[in-house]
Write a protein that binds this ligand. Structure first.
Ligand code: UDP
Length: 474
């Protein structure tokens, strides 16, 4: 490289949802560890969620919740009183453009890494001649599958929502049904989710490239397909959660735990290796009470040790949503966490041997990095695609059997199905084989981010390219 030895200055601008904020903070830390001056741009409340163990700079801009009719202080998707307010939240997010641009004009960073859900930030970056990288936050697999759906519209060839169709031109034979994604979003790009996704895609195409939280060895055929067949510029730097190496870093990641972290570790210490299943559905989904009861009974009947994280929306009514006496009956082998769990701390513990997940990409990748087989229980977003990757391509998952895309688990899963899937992933010969494959992936994940691993090299390639660009401009 040339003579300019000043550290690169990179702005990170994550969307205000934990599934976006958490990995972006990890990416900013990764950059910092390689000498970059990383600054997170966020709103005041979300700044509180950024780990105190980091030395990242933080700059805040106020979130105009009240201006669009959201409750004051509603600055994160997980604070929405109802999912119907989702688009209002995006309306408020769009109003961040002006104050954000003031900041860019003042600070002139060498690069902007901004969320897919801020499509306008590509214009902001262009105004000041700053390269913008888009952070999508999902797998290469899901991005390739979505591009194929968009281009070929194979779902038009089936007459019912439950009839499978092939997603054309992918490296593997992947079949889906219409009920597993939001067809409307592919058809109507003028409003709602369709418009949001179309704007996001268009702004991605105008960007300097994409930063991907994955690793080459996990989905090589899809990483190559994305870059070489679809011709997208992408740097693959994950799994980024692995940068949280010690207990303190794992505890400090995301929100404050609703459980004493050290008590949780102590409880895990008392259990046999691979004997505990961890059950969690991400940072924003919540189930109807009847579904919670079925999960409780399924876990009880399975006889397996468990940690179960329950998130309920503030709208949910009764407090007696668990079956009577449930917690007493399982007290020696189960913990219920109501609220936020220290997920990576738990997943990485040797007593944990399986993960029931909604297949949000961060959770999926955290499970993979911990070397765990998974019960896949997708709900919404691109989670059904991630399920396909986990079960059909990587062969480390057991489906619980959800067929229908829905924000809050309206496709009910019986207690028998919960019990069956949990036992299938935890006990028996097939479970051991699956766990062996998952362990292997966990090893590859750690290798990818270690010195001279594939993600480490890709990160350095990106930094070199950004430095070169800065030198050419100066
Ligand atoms: N998470 C956590 N504790 C919880 C719930 C979620 O630490 O109780 C973290 C999890 O480790 C992951 C993120 O929140 O990093 C959730 O992202 P994901 O993509 O899995 O799902 P989303 O919340 O976007 O649906």
């Amino acid at each position: 490289m040339g003579s300019d030895s000043r550290p690169l200055r990179v702005f990170f601008f994550p969307f205000m949802a934990h599934g976006h904020l958490i990995p972006m903070v990890d990416i900013a830390r990764l950059f910092s560890s390689q000498g970059v001056h990383s600054t997170i741009i966020t709103t005041p409340l979300n700044a509180n969620y950024i780990s105190k163990t980091t030395s990242l700079s933080i700059k805040t801009i106020p979130f105009p919740a009240a201006e669009v009719g959201l409750p004051d202080g509603c600055e994160n998707i997980d604070m929405l009183p109802s999912p119907d307010l989702f688009f209002k939240f995006f309306q408020a997010a769009n109003l961040l453009q002006a104050p954000f641009e003031n900041l860019l004009e003042l600070e002139r960073p060498d690069c902007l890494i901004s969320d897919i859900f801020f499509p306008w930030s590509v214009d902001s970056a262009e105004k000041f001649n700053i390269p913008r990288l888009v952070f999508h936050g999902t797998s290469f697999f899901a991005m390739c599958a979505m591009e194929s759906l968009k281009t070929h519209k194979p779902y038009k060839s089936v007459s019912t929502d439950s009839e499978p169709f092939l997603i054309p031109n992918l490296p593997d034979e992947i079949k889906m049904t219409k009920s597993q994604f939001t067809v409307d979003a592919w058809e109507d790009t003028e409003k709602g989710l369709g418009k949001l996704l179309a704007d996001a895609r268009a702004s991605g195409l105008r960007s300097f490239g994409m930063i991907v939280n994955s690793f080459h060895e996990l989905e090589p055929a899809y990483a190559d397909y994305y870059k070489n067949v679809l011709n997208m510029k992408a740097w693959c730097v994950g799994p980024v959660s692995v940068c949280n190496r010690n207990v303190e870093e794992k505890i400090a990641r995301g929100k404050k735990s609703a459980i004493d972290d050290h008590e949780c570790l102590k409880w895990l210490e008392g259990k046999q290796p691979d004997s505990v299943v961890y059950v969690c559905f991400g940072s924003s989904a919540s189930f109807p009470d009847e579904q919670l009861r079925d999960i409780a009974l399924g876990l009880e009947e399975s006889g397996v040790n468990f940690i179960w994280v329950i998130r309920r929306s503030s709208e949910s009514g009764s407090k007696d949503y668990l079956p009577e006496g449930f917690e007493d009956r399982v007290k020696d082998r189960g913990i219920v966490i109501r609220g936020w769990a220290p997920q990576v701390l738990i997943l990485d513990h040797p007593s944990v041997g399986g993960f029931v997940t909604h297949c949000g990409w961060n959770s999926a990748l955290e499970g993979i990095s911990a070397g765990l087989p998974m019960v896949t229980w997708p709900l919404f977003a691109e989670q059904f695609f991630n399920q396909k990757l986990i079960k059909d391509v990587l062969k480390v998952g057991v489906e619980v059997g959800v067929q229908k895309w829905s924000r809050n688990g309206e496709d009910r899963v019986t207690k028998e199905k919960v019990e069956k899937a949990v036992r299938a992933v935890m006990v028996g010969e097939e479970a051991e084989e699956r766990r062996g494959r998952a362990r292997q992936l966990g090893k590859l994940a750690k290798k990818a981010v270690a010195k001279d691993g594939s993600s480490y090299i890709d990160l350095h390639n990106l930094l070199d390219e950004l430095k070169l660009r800065r030198e050419t401009l100066s």
